[in-house]
Unconditional design. Structure first.
Length: 285
């Protein structure tokens, strides 16, 4: 299934252009908003799987799409989870759970947005596979972890490097949480839609130039391994978002370094999900 947050209502996609309003189709049992579905995800998916073929009643307008998890209580982000990215960042590949930081909820947006570049900063791109939690997870084993994933989506861990790396200690959370710095979308795709959810191509381009390309099979810690590692310390809650890490090719690691300029457009994609688009403008414009 593919579930979207369209005009602040939960919808079940029948194609990239059409969807079924879940609240209406379930006669008020689920919805109308998407966020509450995560608290009753197993019942919702059981109902949706038994739903007879129904005519779509909504035409998708991408400008009305919000984050497929619009009210997460926690947003986790994982650093250095691809070997080549760790190398370009000047670090050894982690042999234990990679660095974990947060992106604050106020940075969260839908898939197609305009983002204001922080004045005096160096704004960078990091395309990532995003996992959205479907039920409470504590001390979960990697073997069971996919049972706790509602679905997968696309995320951009947009990062302002000046404030992120300013001493005396790095400010990862703040440098990655300016308004609009956590776009997610365009929808959630349930794991059973993929022949192998652990091996998906992802990448991004800026004004048509490909900057990143990789496969999630190259993750040092896979989605199940991340859920196992995180859930040993924190309780993962329904609707929580995990940015799983970015492949090599970020602007900070290039020689010469390159950062996003006003007027440029960033397109990020993940195989089997689709793409999201961010257009950047200067502050005050």
């Amino acid at each position: 299934m593919r579930i979207a947050n369209h005009n602040n209502r939960a919808v079940l996609l029948t194609s990239d252009e059409a969807a079924l309003d879940i609240h209406a189709a379930s006669e008020g049992r689920f919805g109308p908003e998407l966020a509450p579905l995560y608290n009753d995800w197993e019942a919702f998916t059981a109902w949706a799987e038994g739903l007879p073929g129904s005519a779509a009643d909504i035409t998708i307008d991408r400008s009305r799409l919000g984050s497929p998890s619009p009210a997460p209580r926690q947003i986790f982000a994982i650093g250095l989870n691809y070997s080549a990215h760790a190398k370009e960042s000047g670090f050894d590949a982690p042999d234990q759970l990679p660095p974990v930081f947060t992106k604050f909820v106020s940075a969260l947006t839908g898939p197609d947005t305009t983002v204001v570049l922080p004045e005096g900063g160096n704004t960078d791109w990091e395309v990532e596979l995003v996992a959205i939690i479907g039920k409470e997870a504590s001390n979960v084993s990697a073997a069971d972890a996919w049972e706790y994933v509602a679905g997968l989506s696309i995320g951009q861990d947009i990062s302002e490097r000046v404030s992120q790396l300013r001493g005396p200690a790095p400010q990862f959370g703040l440098g990655k949480s300016f308004p609009g710095f956590a776009p997610v979308g365009p929808w959630l795709v349930t794991p059973d839609e993929f022949s192998n959810p652990d091996d998906l191509e992802l990448g991004c381009s800026l004004d048509g130039e490909e900057l990143q390309k990789g496969r999630t099979s190259e993750l040092i810690f896979s989605v199940p391994a991340l859920i196992q590692g995180l859930s040993q310390t924190v309780t993962l809650l329904p609707g929580d978002i995990i940015f799983t890490g970015t492949p090599s090719g970020v602007g900070l690691g290039r020689d010469p370094q390159r950062f996003i300029q006003p007027g440029e457009t960033l397109i990020s994609r993940v195989e089997g999900i689709g793409e999201i688009t961010q257009t950047f403008v200067a502050a005050g414009k």
